[in-house]
Design a protein around this ligand. Structure first.
Ligand SMILES: *[C@@H]1O[C@H](CO)[C@@H](O)[C@H](O)[C@H]1NC(C)=O
Ligand SMILES: *[C@@H]1O[C@H](CO)[C@@H](O)[C@H](O)[C@H]1NC(C)=O
Ligand SMILES: *[C@@H]1O[C@H](CO)[C@@H](O)[C@H](O)[C@H]1NC(C)=O
Ligand SMILES: CC(=O)N[C@H]1CO[C@H](CO)[C@@H](O)[C@@H]1O
Length: 461
C-alpha cells in the first residue's frame, strides 16, 4: 500500500514548493474533480478550432461555466499526421487546417472567455488515432503545451512498443471472463508502481512539474497495471476501465463499455478517491442516446462517485432536458464539495447480494455526506418501475429515532418530514437523489408532517 510519507509528490513539494505544478496545493486546481467539455464522445478526431470556440461560448451562454464547467479539452486528432514533429525543435506540429491559429491561438480565445484549455497526448509512440505520441519526447511536449497556454493534459495508452510492455500485464477488462488477457500473473508481492506503465506516466508527470504553468494531469490508461495503486501519486485522475459507450449495459470488443459495467467496476475502487486524486469513470455520454432516465442516472452516479464531469455532447444542439441534467446544482455541489472529498458508498446492493460483481445489476443503494447534509441515492437497475425504500436503520448516518426533512435533489424541493423510512417510486434505470436533514421545529411547522405509512411522492421520479 502507498505510504503518504514517502510519496514522491510530497517529497517534491517539500523540496521545491515554488516550481511544482502537479500537486497543486497552492491553488485549488486539481483538488476537486475536473469539470468541463471534451471533444471525443461527440466529434472523435473530426475536430477544429470552430468546434472548440462554439463549445466554449456555449459553456458561457448556457450558464455552465458559472456552475464550474471550465475546461475545454481537445482530445485526439489535433496534430499533423504527415508533418509529425518539427525536424529541428522536435515539437509536435499542429494541423493548421483544423487549427489555423495553432493551439496557442485557441488557448488565448478560450482564456479570454474565462475558461481553460486542455490537450491530449499518449505515452506510446502514437496516439490511439495514430497521431504523434509523446514517448521519449515527454520534456519537449510538456514544455510545448506549457508555452501554448495549455491547462490540462489527458494522456492515453496506445501504441506501446514491445520493449515498453509491462512485465506483468494487468487489464481489468479481463476480470471475470474466461479469456486470460493478463497472461503472466504477478507475484503477490509485486509492486505495480514499478511497472513500465507507471514509469512512463511518471516521466510525463515530472515533465509537467518542471513547467512554470499549472497543468492538470489526467491519466487514461484504462485501469491497466493496477493504476489505482499508484494513481494518486502520479496524477489528479486516472481512468479505471475502458472507454464509455452511450448505452446502459454491454460492451464492444473488450474495449468500450456501457454505463452499468463501468459503475460495477468503479464500486471496487472507491477507497482511492479523495481530494487531489480521482478515479475517472470516463467522459460523460449524457445527451448521446441514452434514455432520459439513463441520462439522469449516468450523470448522478458519476457525480456522487466523484468522477471528473466532462461533457461529451455537442453543446450547440443540446436539448433542454439534457441541459437540465448537466445543470443540476445539487449534484454538482456534491461532486465539488470542499469539505467531503470521498465518494458516496453503497450501503447495500439491492437486487444482488452485497459486493456482487455484476455488470448489469450493480449496487442500487448509496449514501454519502456533503456540507448540505446526508444523501441517499437509489438506482433502479430493473426493466420496470419499482418502489424503493430508504430504511433509516440501514443508512450510516441516519438515526431511526429522529425525524428528517427529505429533499428531492432533482426538483430542488423538500418532500416532507419522515421517520424510520421513506419510500418513492423510481422509473426503470432512473435514480432517486435525496438529501436528509434532521427536522427542526421550524421545518416541522412549515411542512405538513407525513407519517411513515403515507409516503407516495406526488410526482414519480
Ligand atoms: C491523495 O493525495 C492527496 C494529496 O497528497 C491526499 O490529500 C489524499 O488524501 C490522497 N487520497 C487518498 C485516497 O489517499
Ligand atoms: C447479474 O445479476 C442479475 C440479477 O441478479 C442476474 O440475473 C444475472 O444472471 C447476473 N449476471 C451474471 C453474469 O451473473
Ligand atoms: C456521514 O457522517 C455520519 C456522521 O459523521 C457518519 O456516521 C456516516 O458514516 C457518514 N456516512 C457516509 C456515507 O459517509
Ligand atoms: C466468477 C468470478 O470470477 N467472480 C469474481 C469476479 O470479481 C470479483 C471481484 O474481484 C470476485 O469477488 C469474484 O469472485
Amino acid at each position: 500500500m502507498r505510504s503518504t510519507l514517502f510519496s514522491p509528490i510530497l517529497v517534491s513539494l517539500l523540496s521545491s514548493p515554488f516550481t511544482q505544478a502537479l500537486q497543486l496545493e497552492s491553488t485549488n486546481e486539481g483538488r476537486l474533480p475536473a469539470m468541463g467539455f471534451n471533444s471525443w464522445n461527440c466529434f472523435n478526431e473530426h475536430i477544429n478550432e470552430e468546434k472548440f470556440l462554439t463549445a466554449a461560448q456555449q459553456l458561457v451562454d448556457l450558464g455552465l461555466k458559472d456552475l464550474g464547467y471550465t475546461y475545454v479539452n481537445i482530445d485526439d486528432g489535433w496534430s499533423d499526421k504527415e508533418l509529425w514533429r518539427d525536424p529541428e525543435t522536435k515539437r509536435i506540429i499542429v494541423d493548421t487546417k483544423k487549427f489555423p491559429d495553432g493551439i496557442s491561438g485557441l488557448a488565448d480565445k478560450v482564456h479570454g472567455l474565462g475558461l481553460k484549455l486542455g490537450i491530449y497526448s499518449d505515452r506510446g509512440t502514437k496516439t490511439c488515432a495514430s497521431y504523434p505520441g509523446s514517448m521519449d519526447y515527454e520534456d519537449i511536449d510538456a514544455k510545448t503545451f506549457s508555452d501554448w497556454g495549455v491547462d490540462y493534459l489527458k494522456y492515453d495508452n496506445c501504441f506501446i512498443p514491445d520493449d515498453e510492455e509491462d512485465e506483468y500485464p494487468w487489464a481489468p477488462e479481463w476480470w471475470n471472463t474466461t479469456h486470460d488477457g493478463n497472461k503472466i500473473h504477478a507475484p503477490e508481492s509485486y509492486d505495480f508502481s514499478t511497472s513500465r506503465s507507471a514509469q512512463r506516466y511518471r516521466a510525463m508527470r515530472d515533465a509537467l512539474k518542471k513547467q512554470d504553468r499549472i497543468i492538470q494531469f489526467g491519466m487514461c490508461n484504462w485501469g491497466h497495471a493496477h493504476v489505482e495503486q499508484w494513481g494518486n501519486v502520479t496524477a489528479q485522475s486516472w481512468r479505471i476501465w475502458g472507454d464509455i459507450l452511450p448505452q446502459w449495459t454491454g460492451h464492444k470488443d473488450y474495449i468500450a463499455w456501457g454505463v452499468m459495467p463501468i459503475l460495477n467496476h468503479a464500486l471496487f475502487h472507491l477507497s482511492q478517491t479523495n481530494f487531489w486524486g480521482h478515479a475517472d469513470m470516463d467522459m460523460l455520454e449524457v445527451g448521446n442516446g441514452l434514455t432520459p432516465a439513463e441520462d439522469r442516472s449516468h450523470f448522478a452516479l458519476w457525480a456522487i462517485l466523484k468522477s471528473p464531469l466532462l461533457i461529451g455532447t455537442p453543446l450547440d444542439k443540446i436539448s433542454p432536458e439534457t441541459l437540465a441534467v448537466f445543470k443540476n446544482k445539487e449534484l454538482i455541489a456534491f461532486n465539488q464539495d470542499e469539505e467531503f472529498g470521498g465518494p458516496a458508498w453503497p450501503y447495500k446492493w439491492g437486487v444482488n447480494p452485497d459486493w456482487t460483481w455484476n455488470q448489469t445489476h450493480p449496487a442500487e443503494y448509496y449514501s454519502g455526506n456533503s456540507t448540505a447534509g446526508l444523501h441517499v441515492f437509489m438506482l433502479n437497475t430493473l426493466e420496470e418501475k419499482v418502489t424503493k425504500t430508504v430504511v433509516f436503520d440501514e443508512v450510516p448516518g441516519l438515526d431511526s429515532t429522529k425525524r428528517y426533512t427529505v429533499h428531492d435533489m432533482w426538483t430542488g424541493e423538500d418532500i416532507g418530514i419522515y421517520e424510520k423510512e421513506f419510500s418513492t417510486p423510481v422509473e426503470s434505470h432512473d435514480i432517486a437523489a435525496l438529501r436528509f436533514n434532521e427536522a427542526s421545529k421550524d421545518t416541522e411547522e412549515a411542512l405538513k408532517v407525513q407519517g411513515s405509512r403515507d409516503q407516495q411522492l406526488q410526482r414519480p421520479l
